[in-house]
Design a protein around this ligand. Structure first.
Ligand SMILES: [Zn+2]
Length: 205
């Protein structure tokens, strides 16, 4: 019988936020989804390194959602009507659903997501969305729990609270558009700002 913390499946993109959750909670397993995003291979590489470092079982899943995607993470094109350049319709709803199905196949009881306070720039990063998804999962067979432990803290505070060292943070990957960090997308900006606010300037990550 797995303990409560160990019976969890973490949705791990390889970015700082979900990496911090991995560092803190040490879930039984983590799942990285290649949904057709341009940077899927880099995210999987980062997530695999993080899981290897922490001794977490790592799973990947490929579901090609490019036919339904849009924005810079899909085809590199920014649309004016999107709330942010990286907006991908219903992405988090779909990823949480995939993770819940994977949790059932692995015999795990909960899905953990790394949503942080600043993610509310998209509707699918808000507390109301997380609560609604929690209800949707609980309604269905298996009653997989949805945990979002960082919902009320920002990315820098989460990194600080995790007490993860810079050498661990260096494994993370957050670029939205390129296999190597481009340094000029919103993902790279957030990544650099988070690292710098915790570890100081000029860390070169
Ligand atoms: Zn970038």
């Amino acid at each position: 019988m797995l303990s409560a913390g160990r019976s969890e499946l973490l949705l791990l993109s390889g970015g700082v936020d979900s990496a911090c959750i991995a560092y803190i909670r040490r879930p039984h397993a983590a799942l990285t989804v290649d949904y057709g995003q341009l940077v899927a291979a880099s995210e999987i590489r980062a997530a695999a390194a993080i899981c290897g470092e922490l001794g977490i079982e790592h799973h990947t899943l490929r579901v090609d959602m490019r036919a339904l995607g849009r924005g810079v993470m899909c085809d590199g094109v920014e649309r004016d009507q999107s709330p942010t350049p990286e907006w991908w319709p219903y992405r988090n709803q779909l990823l949480i659903s995939f993770a819940a199905a994977k949790a059932i196949s692995l015999g795990l009881r909960a899905v953990v997501i790394g949503t942080v306070k600043g993610d509310g720039v998209h509707a699918d990063g808000t507390p109301a969305f997380v609560e609604a998804m929690r209800t949707v999962l609980a309604l269905q067979e298996g009653a997989v729990r949805l945990e979002s432990p960082a919902l009320n803290v920002d990315a820098a505070e989460l990194l600080r609270q995790s007490r993860a060292p810079l050498s661990f943070a260096a494994w993370t990957f957050s670029c939205h558009v390129a296999a190597e960090p481009c340094g000029s997308c919103r993902g790279c900006y957030k990544h650099l700002a988070t690292i710098e606010s915790v570890f100081g300037l000029d860390q070169g990550l």
